[in-house]
Design a protein around this ligand. Structure first.
Ligand SMILES: NC(=O)c1ccc[n+]([C@@H]2O[C@H](COP(=O)([O-])OP(=O)(O)OC[C@H]3O[C@@H](n4cnc5c(N)ncnc54)[C@H](OP(=O)(O)O)[C@@H]3O)[C@@H](O)[C@H]2O)c1
Length: 378
């Protein structure tokens, strides 16, 4: 197998290093925008060189972003080349179109590293879905936010200080918004729900609230009640729709997710025959992520020609029936919130059970009045 490698950053360099140890899969050409120094592979700045090279049968896209990744991956598939990508943004937006192209041109499209980094999550979800009915999936899908929550749960520190440390350690980007505001998790949840339930969810329909506003005082209130706060993605298959959302959640000490340390991930699914299965490991990082890219390449080399799923029923997102209590800390005085209040936690409110749909719409009103408002599901 000969590879065209698109991107030579954190993941691309990792893929290159791992493949340097193998004889059956080699990197033929690296697409780059700058001088990469001495490599055993050719380099080019023009994707057309990779498309036109008959020796390159598989393209690895580890550039990130939607464009030109979409155009490059489409061109590779149209040329009958297999594609392996770690790009969750690309798969979330264009999974159906790219799968269709792969099918039409007899190529394979894989993207195991796009969700869970080094964790064999999507491949196991695919295996479960082919023999079992998956009802639910949930968990910690982002290492940066888990690192921050873990640090805040373990010592009395402010969010801003922990974020700064995470950036110094390379766990958080200079612009951390995609992680701390939950957008990265939303994309992973949509890809996972697609594989698990065979549905296409739209990003604008999946409500997201991240951890940007969590304070040390919130954490103290949770700890006084034996609770741990984590940022959790959830999706549940309903008869003709899916409940799906991303929000902070307060967990008791017996929840597996409560014990997930540092920048690790833990993702679970629940299905009819297998029951609950959980997957724990490194959700990001050069070699864990490159490991799953190379696993996909090895699968293709050994003849795997399946897609994760090619069932794409359009399904509405419906969070009206997903009910639970919420912790709410806000300075906004809203009659709807007062009507829901059930307990006072030292100045914050715990509500009666309320739908996720209603609480996220209420949250938008709270944020307009008090941009520091914070909610967490119970
Ligand atoms: N890092 C992780 O732990 C991780 C985990 C799971 C999934 N992913 C996903 O993997 C993908 C890559 O992530 P990364 O962390 O490796 O990113 P990165 O370190 O920023 O590397 C991206 C690479 O792609 C190159 N590139 C970007 N646009 C290009 C273009 N138009 N033409 C040619 N080269 C281009 C960049 O070149 P320059 O150096 O010239 O900018 C850089 O070499 C993303 O989709 C990310 O979401 C990453």
């Amino acid at each position: 197998m000969k590879i065209g490698l698109l991107g030579f950053g954190v993941v691309g360099r990792g893929v290159y290093d791992i493949l340097a140890q193998r004889k059956d899969i080699s990197v033929g050409t690296v697409l780059c925008r700058r001088d990469l120094g001495e490599l055993t592979a050719r380099t080019t700045r023009d994707m057309a060189d990779i498309i036109a090279d008959p020796e390159i049968d598989t393209v690895v896209e580890v550039m990130g972003g939607l464009h030109p990744a979409f155009e490059y991956v489409s061109a590779a598939l149209k040329a009958g080349k297999n594609v392996v990508t770690s790009n969750k943004h690309l798969l979330c937006h264009y999974y159906q179109e790219l799968n269709q192209l792969a099918k039409e041109h007899g190529a394979v499209l894989r993207g195991t590293a796009a969700v869970g980094g080094g964790i064999p999550w999507l491949v196991n979800l695919e295996r479960a879905a082919r023999v079992d009915q998956i009802h639910k999936l949930s968990g910690i899908m982002n290492g940066t936010t888990n690192y921050i929550m873990d640090a805040m749960n373990k010592s009395d520190v402010d969010f801003a200080d922990v974020l700064k440390k995470a950036q110094e350690l390379g766990y958080a980007e200079a612009d951390p918004s995609a992680d701390i505001d939950g957008w990265d998790i939303q994309r992973k949840l949509i890809i996972s729900a697609g594989v698990a339930f065979g549905v296409c969810l739209q990003e604008e329909d999946v409500p997201v609230f991240g951890i940007r506003n969590v304070s040390a005082a919130d954490i103290r209130r949770f700890q006084a009640r034996g609770l741990t706060c984590k940022l959790i993605a959830s999706a549940e298959k309903l008869s003709d729709s899916v409940a799906a959302y991303v929000e902070p959640k307060l967990l008791g000490a017996d929840a597996l997710e409560a014990a997930v340390p540092a920048n690790f991930n833990l993702i679970s699914f629940e299905s009819e025959y297998a029951g609950k299965q959980s997957f724990f490991g490194q959700g990001a990082g050069r070699y864990p992520t490159a490991y799953n890219v190379v696993q996909d390449l090895a699968d293709i080399a050994s003849g795997v020609d399946r897609f994760y799923t090619d069932k794409f029923q359009s399904a509405a997102t419906n969070n009206a029936g997903a009910l639970h209590k919420y912790y709410v800390r806000t300075k906004a005085e809203l009659p709807e919130l007062e009507a829901l209040a059930a307990e006072d936690w030292d100045g914050a409110v715990v509500t009666l059970p309320v739908s996720v749909a209603q609480m996220h719409s209420l949250l938008q009103k709270m944020l307009e009045v008090d941009p520091q408002s914070f909610i967490a599901g119970l």
